[in-house]
Design a protein around this ligand. Structure first.
Ligand SMILES: [Fe+2]
Ligand SMILES: [Fe+2]
Length: 361
């Protein structure tokens, strides 16, 4: 049965709060835009905590950022530029960006001409656990559904965060970004948009395909992978990091996507279910070259001062994704769900039970 347009394309349903700050924001967003208490963010990122896995902080950031994408059901569009909410967002961003910079550490110093090689070296040196290998060889159907649930937050708006880069660039980097994004958006064909291909994968897995409907089920670390892209995309000063982030994604996509597709085939899913992953095997073998040489190499030539930011963005993408993969594989190794279903994570609330028994369509 076709879904109503609003559920497929957004806005997203407001999520359940995960702490005092996200609770205050959710409550405020239900009302007409108004000033938030100035001290609202004071309890964000308590000393000793990790902003990258702090449920309240990551959800607060996600609540603020989504206003720049599809927005929230029943929430006034004017909240997008409400000054006190922007001030709260800035406070959360400072904690988040600081944590990401500590996680990444120093990046190698390279000349503009060395950027493509340096990006390849960062990718080669990435020693994160292989979630793709686990999904290819041994994940259960329920675990694959969990993986798709985490990824739905990004894939149902795939490419949108990096599109923030377009008006911020000129010259060769802009041309390269357009070339990549054209493929991501199916060259203007709705049925070929990567977000729509993923919607079919979700459907085949028996999962709800509505925009943002799985938000309550994914933990802070999944939100962090998304918030990182929004942070880079929404700040012009971080445009170099945004392009580095996209390059890291493109350069680590082709082989894992082959593995995801093989994993689904092993589990008996059909070519409609695997098409999203199959498409990325081919497309990203090309995108990887464009991203390293034309996109990041092009930016490095025209704005050489941004070279450290490009490498920081790439390293940040790899590091935060490594945290995500570690979280998922650790939970699975303990025989637990990697979602928030049925358990209290980091002081958060308990979400609705998993739909892991849903039939495959
Ligand atoms: Fe894509
Ligand atoms: Fe791509």
């Amino acid at each position: 049965m076709p879904e109503p347009t609003d559920r497929r394309y957004g806005p997203a349903p407001l999520p359940q709060p995960r702490g005092p700050v996200s609770a205050a924001v959710v409550e405020a967003l239900r009302l007409a835009p108004h000033d938030l208490p100035a001290d609202l963010g004071a309890t964000l990122a308590p000393a000793g905590g990790d902003p990258l896995t702090d449920e309240d902080l990551q959800l607060t950031l996600f609540l603020c950022y989504e206003l720049h994408y599809r927005g929230w059901t029943g929430v006034a569009d004017d909240w997008e530029w409400q000054p006190s909410l922007l001030a709260l967002r800035a406070r959360a961003e400072a904690a988040f960006e600081g944590a990401v910079r500590r996680l990444v550490g120093p990046v190698p110093a390279v000349l503009p001409g060395g950027v493509p090689r340096a990006l390849a070296d960062l990718v080669d040196a990435d020693d994160g656990p292989s979630l793709a290998a686990a999904l290819q060889r041994r994940a259960t159907l329920g675990q694959f559904r969990e993986f798709a649930t985490h990824r739905s937050i990004y894939h149902l708006r795939e490419a949108d965060p990096h599109s923030w880069g377009l008006p911020r660039l000129g010259g060769p980097a802009k041309a390269a970004l357009v070339e990549i994004q054209m493929d991501e958006y199916g060259n203007g064909r709705l049925d070929r948009m990567h977000a729509e291909l993923f919607r079919r994968t979700l459907d085949r897995l028996g999962l709800d395909t509505g925009y943002g409907v799985h938000l309550d089920r994914v933990p802070a670390v999944t939100l962090a992978t998304n918030n990182l892209m929004s942070l880079f995309g929404l700040h012009r000063r971080l445009r170099g990091a945004l392009l580095g982030h996209l390059a890291a994604y493109e350069m680590t996509s082709s082989l894992p996507n082959r593995r995801y597709g093989n994993g689904l085939r092993r589990l008996g899913l059909d070519e409609v279910a695997t098409r999203f992953y199959d498409e990325h095997v081919e497309a990203d073998a090309v995108h990887e070259q464009i991203a390293a040489h034309d996109l990041c190499g092009g930016l490095a030539r025209t704005e050489p001062a941004l070279v450290p930011d490009v490498l920081f963005g790439a390293a940040a993408a790899l590091a935060v994704d490594r945290l995500f993969a570690t979280h998922v594989l650790d939970r699975w190794a303990r025989g637990e769900t990697s979602l928030r279903d049925g358990g209290v994570l980091n002081g958060g609330t308990v979400a609705a039970p998993a739909r892991l028994t849903a039939a495959v369509a």
